[in-house]
Ligand binder design. Structure first.
Ligand code: NAP
Length: 230
């Protein structure tokens, strides 16, 4: 997309977030590698810098308000605006456990990261996205957040109350923000990257992280009329 320069990806030190950063970086974006752990974030930054990508580690734990505020202050000072926000950070704690086997803490932890954290990052970065000529927000959701998918017969291991409900909540967040942002230059979408080989699911899956990043990149670079520019 013309004139767009900066992209922040949360949870970008590995998996789908890392590959999304790599792809956007190869397209010419300055990629801000949001990571909750400094060592892991810097390692990812280093790897991308070696590939010639303009990457910069930004400390960002989506469950820690001060890191969100400090990250936004850093982006404001260095760039003055943000063009793309990819809310990618996520956890899955069930590991096959059924709803009645969960503790309240499992639900709380999952929502802290997958939903409340995503909300707070979106809210705090919105003013910077508003300053872009065409801000784009992509919320990395999941097919497991779809009511229709959950009504189909599935393997019990996918019957994950905390994870699935947190992603359903993400989809509703996307819809409600999209209504609020109607008429603005910002587009906000949820992406379902598909069953992907990453740490989140113990490296099981049907897609590589690079393949999974594809839909996220598409939604992050939508043209004004909603079409994909490439
Ligand atoms: N893999 C799949 O099949 C699949 C399918 C659909 C959707 N998704 C979604 O895709 C997204 C990326 O997941 P992935 O599969 O790439 O898994 P992953 O490799 O485990 O990556 C998750 C990333 O989120 C980060 N993270 C976790 N909690 C965080 C927090 N509080 N603050 C900041 N970062 C945090 C992790 O950081 P650490 O390295 O420090 O733990 C890691 O960088 C998630 O939202 C997931 O729900 C995955």
């Amino acid at each position: 997309m013309k004139n767009l320069k900066t992209a922040l990806i949360t949870g970008a030190n590995q998996g789908i977030g890392f590959e999304t950063a790599r792809e956007l970086g190869a397209m010419g974006f300055t990629v801000l590698i949001g990571a909750r752990n400094e060592d892991r974030g810097k390692k990812a930054e280093e790897e991308l810098l070696k590939e010639g990508i303009n990457a910069r580690f930004v400390l960002l734990d989506v469950t820690k308000q001060y890191t969100i505020n400090e990250a936004a202050a850093l982006v404001n000072k260095a760039y003055g605006s943000l063009d793309i926000l990819i809310n990618n950070a996520g956890i899955a704690v069930e590991k096959g456990r059924q709803p009645s086997q969960l503790e309240m803490d499992d639900l709380k932890k999952t929502f802290e990261t997958n939903f409340f954290g995503l909300f707070e990052v979106t809210k705090v970065f919105l003013p910077l996205l508003m300053k872009s000529s065409a801000g784009r927000i992509v919320n990395v959701s999941s097919g497991r957040g779809s009511f229709a998918n959950n009504m189909k017969p599935v393997d019990k291991s996918l019957n994950a109350l905390a994870y699935n409900s947190s992603k359903a909540a993400v989809n509703m967040l996307t819809l409600t923000f999209s209504k609020e942002l109607e008429g603005s230059k910002i587009k906000i979408n949820s992406a379902a990257p598909g069953y992907t080989i990453t740490a989140l699911n113990d490296f099981k899956g049907l897609k590589t992280a690079k393949q999974a990043a594809h839909i996220i990149i598409k939604l992050a670079t939508l043209e004004e009329n909603g079409t994909v520019p490439w």
